[in-house]
Design a protein around this ligand. Sequence first.
Ligand code: MG
Length: 159
Amino acid sequence: MIRIGLGKDLHRLVEGRPFIVGGVTIPADKGELGHSDGDVLCHAIIDALLGASGLGDIGEFFPPSDPRWKDADSLELLKQSAEKVYRSGWKIINIDCVLTCESPRLLPHRQHIRESLARALQIPADRIFVKGKTNEKVDAIGAGLAVEALAVCLLEHAQ
Ligand code: MG
């Protein structure tokens, strides 16, 4: 049995916060505002994995109202989510993602991000891909006010 999962997230970008993508801090003028560290890519992947496995969603497992997740390391939340998915008998076939922000460019950091996610998920980095896009200066993302991530995953069940 195989199942697809879809995840999406968006965070506002503000000065004075680090810009963290897939557990990697990227030099930038602004970073994600969030209750946790705001790692938008990790959050989208968590929802893709939890959705595909039917286990729930990020808001259920790590509610922003819970002080435990204040400034939480989202790569650690991703690791915990993947462990739930693995314990339910699922294996990750692949994950594909799109990160949309006006700046900085993702490409110079892509391999580092793939390797960071691979370590957290305990899968080879060639099963994870991340593409960087801009929004052509249109809407809040294009104005540099927000960053968005989309993720799809394919899971395979052992049975
Ligand atoms: Mg989020």
